[in-house]
Design a binder for this molecule. Structure first.
Ligand code: BES
Ligand code: MN
Ligand code: ZN
Length: 506
């Protein structure tokens, strides 16, 4: 990953390959953001005017490069990154605006060894946001290309040195360290999502999780197909039945001796979703390696909690299976006996996520955590409702749903609260089993949420994040979001764990 360091503000005049400054969109043209003073002086106080001449507006994500050789600066190039709208007078730049700008700048600096980021920093939060943005924006997935990256691609930015007033300040250093840990885990989560499904089988995913868990003092337990059969995990087994790569249920337990509270995170880990016998048509299956994004996010969040040493117990459950059609696959019409004892009539084998999650939710409920949050690329309906950048939040507790929405907003992850209308339960009635895995088509994301709710233990606070939209980005990169796996929900889960550790939540 791009190395992240802190440098004194005067470093804007130090040796580097590029100096990054911020430029915002003012009413009368581009306005230099705080932090750019040293650079502006080198340009005789005319940097904003020079940028305007070059056509810069300060619009979000806009990059303008200019030569600095003649100015006396020790870096040959200045990169002005657009921050978007200028904040109100006396207000600081929004954290996520800094994160997005740092991300866009870092991506534009691919092929560069060292860049100084002279962006507006008014405290440790801004340091964390810039560091996160740079580390996330510089991400590329080159594992399957010759020489790491194809010859037209350049290697990611080597070092991002963040210019701050006091580089030795404890809070600034702590913010930087936190950002490094979380960004490394988000990038690892992205790697897992981007790894092709012929390589990332449930077994392979479990092996990666086991190695990482051991490295960070997390207790890990892997239930293989034998153990799942013995335990009666009919949902996970039923989904994995058609694949030559058998399913796994992975438990990752991070504990802190002073913990007062416990959280359980449950992730949907379908390493490939073909739809099964209810096969998806061409055009709908090309990106289905991303169907384990929930499990990857949970994995990253538990490892982050361990690396940050949070005073809270966090258990992650990765429900891993491959959904394939074959002679041994579950058929539409089959009835599965779930881990909870309930029976489910499978009407559509493409509604498989809720089946693996149901078993994992019931298992997670046994230890009675203070709250459970599941994360899943669960429904196309949620993408219809909220688009490609926003995840839906459902919960059995209004206050908890609101808290998660606020936390997501705070960390810069777009989300929206969704209801669980009980009248939709009727559509899942089955003449044969206790419940069917399908209901009304309208409100399909909410129907899926209602199905999951049936498998949450009595009295346990629970929320469900349907990340089908934002988990995998198919368009051009923007801000700190690359093409492919995004790592959405990791920052929300980590902040939830931090808040719970601090006793801020119920
Ligand atoms: N993994 C899909 C949902 C999905 C679709 C995620 C597109 C990301 C992008 C899920 O397993 C699925 O197939 N859901 C069905 C449910 C339906 C059969 C009730 C859907 O949404 O169409
Ligand atoms: Mn499916
Ligand atoms: Zn799926």
């Amino acid at each position: 990953m791009t190395a992240l360091t802190l440098k004194p503000a005067a470093a804007a005049g130090q040796r580097a390959d590029v100096i990054v400054v911020g430029v915002a969109k003012g009413a009368k043209g581009p306005v230099l953001a705080p932090g750019a003073a040293v650079v502006d002086e080198a340009f005789g106080g005319k940097l904003a005017a020079v940028l305007e001449t070059l056509g810069a507006s300060g619009g979000e994500g806009e990059t303008t490069k200019l030569p600095a050789g003649a100015t006396g600066l020790k870096a040959p190039v200045v990169l002005a990154i657009g921050l978007g709208a200028l904040p109100e007078k006396d207000e600081a730049f929004d954290e996520d605006a800094l994160r997005r700008a740092a991300g866009a700048a870092a991506r534009a600096l691919a092929g560069t060894k060292k860049a100084v980021f002279a962006l507006p920093v008014d405290g440790p939060e801004a340091v964390g946001a810039i560091a996160e943005g740079a580390a996330l924006g510089a991400y590329t997935f080159g594992a399957y290309k010759e020489n790491g990256d194809a010859k037209n691609d350049k290697s990611p930015l080597g070092e991002a040195a963040i210019a701050v007033d006091k580089p030795r300040d404890k809070a600034a250093k702590a913010a930087l360290e936190r950002a490094v840990a979380v960004a490394e885990e988000i990038n690892r989560c992205r790697d897992l999502i981007n790894t092709p499904p012929n390589d990332l089988t449930p077994e392979a995913f479990a092996a990666v999780a086991t190695v990482a868990a051991k490295e960070h003092g997390i207790k890990v337990q892997v239930l293989d197909e034998k153990a799942l059969t013995k335990g009666g995990f009919g949902g996970i087994l039923g989904v994995g039945a058609g694949s030559d790569a058998p399913p796994r249920l992975v438990k990752l337990a991070y504990t802190h001796p002073k913990a007062q509270k416990s959280l359980a995170f449950v992730g949907k880990g379908i390493t490939y979703d073909s739809g099964g016998i209810s096969l998806k048509p061409a055009g709908h299956n090309e990106t289905m390696k991303c169907d384990m994004s929930g499990a990857a996010a949970v994995f990253a969040a538990v490892v982050s909690a361990a690396r940050l040493g949070l005073e809270v117990n966090v258990t992650g459950w990765l429900a891993l299976a491959e959904n394939m059609p074959s002679g041994s696959a579950t058929r539409p019409g089959d009835v599965l006996r779930m881990y909870s004892g309930k029976t489910v009539e499978v009407l559509n084998t493409d509604a498989e996520g809720r089946l693996v999650l149901a078993d994992a939710l019931w298992k997670a409920s046994e230890s009675k955590p203070d709250a459970i949050v599941d994360v899943a690329t669960l429904t196309g309906a949620m993408m219809m409702a909220l688009g490609n950048r926003t995840f839906g939040i459902m919960a059995n507790d209004d206050a908890f749903r609101t808290s998660i929405h606020e936390i997501a907003e705070e960390v810069g992850e777009p989300s929206w609260p969704m209801p669980l209308p009980t009248h939709l339960q009727k559509g899942m009635e089955s003449p044969t089993a206790d419940i069917a895995n399908m209901g009304e088509r309208m409100g399909g994301g909410l129907v899926a949420g209602l199905f999951l709710q049936e498998f949450v233990g009595e009295g346990i606070t629970w929320a469900h994040l349907d990340i089908a939209g934002p988990a995998f980005h198919e368009g051009a990169p923007y801000g700190y979001t690359p093409k492919g796996g995004t790592g959405t929900a990791v920052r929300t889960l980590v902040r939830l764990a931090e808040r719970t550790a601090a006793g801020d939540l119920g």
